[in-house]
Design a protein around this ligand. Sequence first.
Ligand SMILES: [Zn+2]
Length: 183
Amino acid sequence: MKECLLCDRPLKLIKFKSAEGYVCKQCYEKVSLNFTQTIKNQTKAELLSTLENTEEANDSVSFEITRKINQYILFDDKHQQLCLPNHKKYTKDELKPEVYPFSAIVNCQIDEEQVEKVVKKKKQALGCIKVTLVLQEEDQISRDIWLIPNLISTSSMPYKTMRSLAQNIVQEVERSKQEVAVC
Ligand SMILES: [Zn+2]
């Protein structure tokens, strides 16, 4: 049986071809930078150096989830950092997951947009909800977490649930900001 070019484990059914041999799935995940790059033309030496770099990078951004609000935002109180998973359906943008230290938090607030519309001959209040988080590292950036991206009735159950979830996010972010102030 053949072995992985990089870790010497026996190769299973799923293997990936590089310039000098096959790579197992675990190694491929790392050297392809999470399946974003092909390795077809890369030599063993090149792949090994990528592997080392990703392992170092993983060490420096180790993230331990100590609090979280669904998949909207994750907190690591041990290392005082937060992670925005930036799922596409919540950001309306193509963003990779991001990690920021608590000390970068500038502001966090709920933004609700409400309109009145006539639906089925009845006047209805409709609204959207997002949480806007402002962070400052080298530059100031703003990130939106959309809880209700499209207008729905403000008296509906999902709207109320999402509004309290949004309040929850703001509270937890504020709490993180205060943790820094204490230190
Ligand atoms: Zn391997």
